[in-house]
Design a protein around this ligand. Structure first.
Ligand code: NAD
Length: 356
């Protein structure tokens, strides 16, 4: 198989972690059978510096041409003044909208090797295997907004088709998993959530009556994620709730730096990125955890190219390297010993090459 991958490293630790992820794809290619061509373009703050736009035309053109897109992260204090005319995060929203990637899949699976890195006690972490499906191109992040000196407004809108397609995606994923979907909303307060809930109920009564549907308010869901995480199978929720709940859920796996994501549209042309941001507090030091980015290219192989064996090989290699004692500082073991970003990548690639 030959594929063109658009690589958008972005800002902060984005370039540091995407470099390791593309090296892992090179290692997959070196095992034979596949060729990956990488073309790089700017997005976010790096693009603002170069062209004034957070999602310039040449980046848009590359994204349209590529088979899949690998993103690092965008943003940072340099571009975050309250009166900045354009912000890096706008580039991210424009990218997601341009690709129409309405469903953001964020797997949260705990592994014993990382139990010590989690603030939760091990008995809460056993058998946690959650797929969070976050709606990604609607809701409050995409609504009208305005600001004056003394007031500001962000509008949250959802339409029936937007809700139906992401709930269907979640339900179809649940069919291949343990058959349970938890829909998270704030239907006691928000009209958008009441629409979300009634459409979800309708869909489960008509198309998915073989599946179990649980409905939770988002505030309670935040608590249940910590007290009974193993009870969840697929969680589906709107854009902002999914953003927040998955940062919380990442701590079940030890660090924000561990979680990958796949953002998909109807055609499975995906946008793949770790769930973390640009981490300005550690950027440039070579200590970021590349596992979220590396696990994201496993998702890329699985969801865009159907290469399940190769995806599993990467996932196995990541956990084998962790078990062999390679850890970045965010998930360092009890002895506190940590390796840097490149050494973590090297350890994962060594496992991949030795078990080719
Ligand atoms: P963040 O996710 O960048 O970092 C939060 C904390 O987690 C930091 O302490 C950071 O050091 C740590 N962390 C994150 N990723 C890590 C990794 N791979 N290895 C080790 N530690 C890691 O969130 P933030 O600090 O709130 O935001 C920084 C910037 O990133 C902001 O401009 C924000 O808008 C942006 N952001 C971008 C994205 C994206 O591009 N998808 C997502 C979230 C935040």
């Amino acid at each position: 198989m030959e594929a063109l991958i658009a690589v958008l490293p972005g800002d902060g630790i984005g370039p540091e972690v995407t470099r390791e992820a593309t090296r892992v794809l090179d290692a997959i290619a070196a095992r034979g059978a596949h060729r990956f061509e990488f073309k790089t373009a700017r997005v976010g703050g790096a693009a603002i510096d170069a062209s004034g736009s957070a999602f310039p035309d040449d980046t848009r053109a590359l994204v349209a041409e590529a088979d899949a897109v690998l993103l690092g992260a965008v943003g940072g204090p340099k571009w975050s003044a309250p009166d900045a005319p354009v912000r890096p995060e706008q580039g991210l929203l424009d990218l997601r909208a341009a690709m129409n990637v309405y469903a953001n899949l964020r797997p949260v699976k705990t592994r014993p090797v990382l139990y010590p890195a989690s603030p939760l006690r091990p008995e809460y972490l056993e058998n946690v295997d959650i797929m969070v499906v976050r709606e990604l191109t609607g809701g409050i992040y995409f609504g009208d907004r305005s600001r004056t000196e003394d007031a500001a407004m962000d509008v949250c809108t959802y339409t029936r088709p937007e809700i139906e397609r992401v709930v269907r995606m979640a339900a179809n994923l649940a069919r291949d998993r343990r058959g349970k979907v938890t829909s998270v909303d704030k239907a006691n307060v928000l009209d958008t959530s009441r629409l979300w809930r009634s459409i979800t109920d309708e869909l489960f009564a008509s198309e998915f009556d073989d599946l179990e549907l649980e409905t939770l308010l988002v505030d309670a869901a935040a608590m249940h994620l910590l007290t009974r995480p193993a009870d969840f199978d697929v969680i589906v929720t709107e854009n902002m709730f999914g953003d927040i709940l998955t940062d919380e859920a990442s701590m079940l796996c030890g660090s924000l730096g561990m979680l990958p994501s796949a953002s998909l549209n109807e055609h499975r042309k995906g946008l793949y990125e770790p769930i973390h941001g640009s981490a300005p507090d550690i950027a440039g030091r070579g200590i970021a955890n590349p596992c979220g980015a590396i696990l994201s290219v496993a998702l890329l192989l699985r969801y865009t190219f159907g290469l399940n064996d190769e995806a599993e090989a990467i996932e196995t290699a990541v956990y084998a390297a962790l078990e062999a004692g390679y850890r970045t500082a965010d998930v360092a073991g009890p002895d506190g010993k940590a390796c840097n970003t490149v050494a973590m990548g090297d350890a994962i690639i060594a496992v991949l090459m030795n078990h080719g």
